[in-house]
Design a protein. Sequence first.
Length: 256
Amino acid sequence: MTLIDRKGEHVAALLHDRSLQDEPELLGAVTAAAGIAVENGRLQAELRARLEELRGSRARVIDAGQKERQRLERNLHDGAQQRLIALSLELSLLEQRLEGDPEATTRLDQARREIALSLEELRDVARGIHPAVLSGHGLEVALESIAAHASVPVRLTVELEERLQERLEVVAYYVVSESLVNIAKHARATWATVDVGRDDGQIVVEVVDDGIGGADTERGSGLRGLADRVEALDGRLRVWTPRGGGTRVKAEIPCA
């Protein structure tokens, strides 16, 4: 038996035939090679451990951000929106008392219209922070909502037998939402398709349009942010965008 040392510590033992004691150079070479193999194994184990730690850290960051967005959405819904609704009702009551004053009635009508516009803008902000319909009714209903308001006709297909974990639903939702926003801003498309389903233990989300393609996937922060969300769940986001050939965005996320 020959002990293998690394940095002054015994890390392994090489078991060999006694006759190799007469071949010190050969024994030394084998011992050195074994020592390198042991060190490589240790480094690979450390790398795997750090990779798992990084994955866990990214997932925790995503979850923390999601919880904070949910909190902000609830605060907007329960706070600012409710106060604006109460103010609109108060103006309606005041208008009834001022029926004989046309100028005051006109100004009150204008104020109510401004409140209604502010409410709609606030709801848009709240939906952008966190889609409450997703938590309440699930991914399919949430996607139907954004598809109905898309800038181009969208053919939506969702084939899921049951609800997913919330973190999966949120990522799938934002892949579709951000893709449809990019289509509206840059694609000059006339139609889009959205397909969501399971395939071999993964959730697959695919968005395709017939636009001009050629999207810059490196400089845009939207696609990079989507990739970060998907990769935080050990998924993969791929984009095909040939110039003049439309754009295809595909996310694959493990759901076992």
